[in-house]
Design a protein around this ligand. Structure first.
Ligand SMILES: [Ca+2]
Length: 231
């Protein structure tokens, strides 16, 4: 009978006092263990000032998390343009977008709005003021230069592309240096008086060219067509 009485009293104690009342006996950072805000709302208060954090949350009070590899307390988190409110969950400042707030939504790259299809030469994404991220195969600050293309059979990174007098900015598209013209930039843009050999420079070689065609010594060069007698 003594044993039965003991169990009855024990049953009453557990029923009346209850596990919940026992849990209420401690706090985490001054908040009752059964308060939904305890452990920053991201963990369970299992003992006096002892939080067990939910997955993705850290810190003594479970208030810290990571967004794309950076702690929520890192000034560079969310690309420095937002607040990390949960694991890999950024809330971006006005003017910034993208999962990690790395893309500007209201900026310009080289005078073109970031939402214009022609921004970054239509070959990249304007992610910040005058900051393009180029699509594969394109390079240059405004993504206007192809990195893996050919102009008339010569690779764009070959020094001889576009006759060495221009830049291969797209498939078979040369942007000629100042003073040069033509598909492969081999034509002098200007008509220079005295530039006999049309190399875009008036120099000694023009005189040599002139001499070679005007002053023919048929003793030295009898096979020159100019020296052959008419048939
Ligand atoms: Ca010349």
């Amino acid at each position: 009978m003594a044993n039965l009485r003991f169990f009855f009293i024990a049953f009453l104690l557990v029923t009346l006092v209850g596990p919940a009342n026992i849990v209420r006996a401690f706090e985490c950072d001054g908040i009752n263990s059964d308060d939904p805000n305890v452990c920053s709302g991201h963990g369970t208060c299992i003992g006096q000032n002892t939080c067990v954090c939910d997955p993705g949350w850290t810190g003594a009070d479970c208030s810290e998390c990571q967004c794309y590899g950076l702690s929520s307390s890192d000034p560079d988190v969310c690309s420095g343009h937002g607040i990390c409110i949960g694991p890999d969950t950024c809330v971006c400042e006005l003017g910034w977008t993208g999962a990690d707030c790395s893309v500007c939504s209201v900026c310009q790259c080289y005078g073109i709005n970031s939402d214009d299809p022609n921004v970054c030469s239509g070959q990249g994404t304007c992610i910040g003021p005058d900051t393009c991220v180029c699509n594969p195969g394109w390079t240059g600050s405004d993504c206007s230069v192809c990195s893996v293309c050919q102009c008339y059979g010569i690779n764009s990174d070959d020094p001889n592309v576009c006759s060495g007098q221009g830049t291969c900015i797209g498939p078979d598209t040369c942007a000629c240096d100042k003073g040069w013209a033509g598909d492969i930039c081999d034509k002098c843009y200007y008509k220079l008086r005295g530039d006999i050999n049309e190399d875009c420079i008036v120099d000694f070689f023009d005189l040599a060219h002139l001499a070679a065609t005007w002053l023919i010594d048929c003793i030295v060069d009898p096979s020159n067509p100019e020296c052959l007698p008419p048939e």
